[in-house]
Design a protein. Structure first.
Ligand SMILES: [Zn+2]
Length: 257
């Protein structure tokens, strides 16, 4: 019992620290800045931040989301990504135990949270992030499932092809980009990571949560800013399906078959 608590607490702390690092990468990498140098600064006044300004979640709460030096607002992205990463890490370790699969899922979820964060900030995801997520899912699953890799390989490739075609079709019908290249790569990642039929749960949850958000947030978005990034919803769908995909699919089969 105490061992599982220790593992949980260590995982949560590791999640907070990695979430804090993902925040830095999400902001600096798309701008072509170095991740390691200079140290963290206030984005408004440029004041270097000390270690007690950088404690995940707690510093943001203690300072009520403002810079200690110039009182500028600090984005809620910081504590959100830290809390989310910690929560997802703990769920993975709790659900999958201390296994090779857990190692794959920790790396993968970090890359996915990073992609979702950048998409939410800038409405695009650098290829480095999406191709890394895709590559890790493909290689990781191949190594873990070898030689029974037929399902995940076919699901991943099929998903890439299907959503690439769907993206082209939507662009022709709508006259604008609705399902970008990054979204297609994330859907492929979902296929390699989840396999068939769990991919269906991820796609359904992504589409429904994205539509729901678009519907609810529409009145609050300023005119001309009606574009909503789809990446965060795909990532939500993948993480949801990772934990609840199989039980939901079993329930569905019992009800309708
Ligand atoms: Zn400041």
């Amino acid at each position: 019992m105490w061992l599982s608590w220790t593992v949980g607490i260590v995982t949560a702390i590791a999640g907070l620290i990695i979430g804090s690092f993902l925040n830095v990468v999400a902001i600096r990498l798309p701008r072509g800045e170095s991740i390691l140098w200079p140290g963290s600064r206030c984005m408004q006044c440029g004041h270097p931040l000390r270690s007690w300004d950088l404690v995940p979640i707690f510093s943001w709460l203690a300072l009520r989301g403002r810079c200690r030096y110039c009182h500028a607002h600090i984005s809620v992205q910081y504590p959100l990504v830290e809390a989310l990463t910690a929560a997802v890490f703990v769920l993975i370790v709790w659900h999958f135990g201390i296994t090779a699969e857990t190692a794959l899922l920790l790396v993968e979820s970090g890359l996915l949270i990073l992609s979702a964060t950048v998409d939410a900030r800038t409405l695009e995801i650098p290829d480095t992030f999406t191709f890394s997520a895709l590559g890790v899912a493909l290689v990781g699953r191949t190594l873990l499932l070898w030689p029974a890799i037929f399902n995940v390989l076919l699901t991943g490739l099929g998903s890439l092809l299907f959503f690439a075609l769907l993206g082209r079709l939507m662009r022709r019908l709508l006259g604008r980009e609705a399902l970008g290249g990054a979204d297609v790569l994330l859907m492929g990642t979902a296929g390699f990571l989840l396999g068939w039929p769990i991919l269906l749960v991820a796609v359904l949850v992504a589409a429904l949560s994205g539509l729901l958000f678009a519907f609810v947030s529409r009145p609050f978005l300023p005119e001309g800013e009606k574009l909503i990034p789809f990446g965060p919803f795909i990532v939500f769908g993948i993480l949801f399906a990772l934990f609840l995909g199989q039980p939901l699919w079993n329930l569905y089969m019992q009800l309708y078959m």
